[in-house]
Design a protein around this ligand. Structure first.
Ligand code: SF4
Length: 366
């Protein structure tokens, strides 16, 4: 499988999809058995302001009232703690201070130069509460990654696609300089150089071809093999949302989603988890698992999915029951996978150890 190039994978998809799915299922089962993992988290949208304008995004907003300030953040941390969450997922628009004077003013009042510095401060707060931050900040420089490594259990940046074509006029990323795949690959690569446990993924159905999809997965696979820092790859399906430029764009077909999962499982190294958001795959969670997925990402008992607010997460218990009926078990994990704990500083590792001592989180060594 490792010797196959993109054309070979495309050929397999077009000529023998049954074999593709069979191989992906075997590979998942060999590595993960019947365990399907998730992380219990609180989702914190630090700000909806963003310098980009992706065609499918309903998260972005000009509204400067969308910022979450330290006092409110502390309240959220308390709620998270009281509801047994372990992960604080910080998601926000990219570098809003480059576009909005209001964002600059807010940061100045908070005494930070950049939004990334502010998020780093919030991560410090989360660590004070003995919670594990996982931040998605968009493009981040090497120096910023060095700083964030000290306050985050893991970091995330979706590659989404390696196709520069999608930045052309009329395409999904035309108004999003931060979605330049070369720059995103650079951030993921720098995280690898710094041994930062990392989450990335692809977004399918935003105008890319099958070959571009395969190429995107291969780019991630190459980075994973070179740096051994990518713990999970999300296969996220485009979800058309009202009031966005792509509101009337057709969502990807079910077979596109499932075959993308199978291809990711086959192309990526064994130890990389394939993650699907269960709220985006409500009626096909088991099918996704049978095509190679083994992780359901963050599920929150206390917050909504702010990226896809129209799609609620299934209750943990219901999901667990659904998996049980199909012969799988739902197992909680932390935002850092066991094999990457060695990358963490002492302070964060101690919090990980506390959780392990107190709770039944997945500690199986991959
Ligand atoms: S998807 Fe992310 S980068 Fe694109 S506009 Fe929305 S918040 Fe900004």
């Amino acid at each position: 499988m490792n010797k196959m190039n993109s054309e070979d994978f495309l050929h397999l998809l077009n000529n023998d999809p049954t074999e593709l799915v069979r191989k992906a299922g075997i590979k998942r089962e060999r590595k993960h058995g019947k365990q399907i993992t998730f992380s219990r988290n609180i989702f914190v949208p630090v700000t909806h302001q963003c310098r980009n304008r992706c065609g499918y995004c309903s998260f972005v907003s000009d509204d400067s009232n969308s910022w979450i300030f330290p006092d409110a953040f502390d309240q959220l941390l308390l709620i998270a703690k009281n509801n047994n969450c372990k992960e604080v997922l910080l998601t926000l628009g990219e570098k809003p201070e480059e576009k909005y004077q209001t964002a600059k003013d807010i940061l100045r009042k908070l005494e930070f130069q950049t939004t990334i510095e502010y998020v780093n401060y919030l991560c410090e707060q989360a660590l004070e509460f003995h919670l594990l931050p996982h931040s998605n900040l968009g493009l981040v420089s090497y120096k910023e990654l060095q700083m964030l490594k000290q306050t985050n259990a893991s970091l995330g940046l979706m590659l989404e696609t390696s196709s520069i074509r999608l930045m052309n006029e009329g395409e999904a990323h035309h108004h999003s300089p931060g979605k330049n795949p070369c720059l995103r690959i650079e951030t993921i690569e720098n995280a690898g150089k710094l041994n930062i446990p990392f989450t990335t993924g692809i977004l399918i159905g935003i105008g890319e071809t099958w070959m571009e999809r395969i190429e995107s997965i291969k780019v991630i696979a190459d980075l994973a093999k070179k740096y051994n820092h990518i713990q999970e790859v999300i296969i996220q399906n485009f979800n058309p949302q009202k009031s966005t430029p792509m509101a009337n764009y057709p969502p990807p077909k079910e077979e596109d989603i499932l075959f993308s999962i199978a291809l990711a499982k086959l192309i990526l190294p064994d130890e990389v988890s394939i993650q699907i958001p269960p709220n985006l795959n409500r009626d096909r969670v088991i099918a996704a698992i049978n095509h190679g997925a083994n992780d359901l990402g963050g599920i929150s008992p206390v917050s909504i999915d702010y990226i896809n607010p129209n799609l609620v997460w299934q209750e943990e218990l219901d999901l667990s029951e659904e998996l049980h009926q199909a012969g799988f078990s739902l197992v909680e994990r932390l935002p850092v996978y066991p094999q990457y704990e060695k990358y963490l500083n002492t302070r964060i590792r101690e919090i990980v150890e506390e959780f392990k001592a107190n709770e039944e989180v997945s500690t199986s060594k991959d």
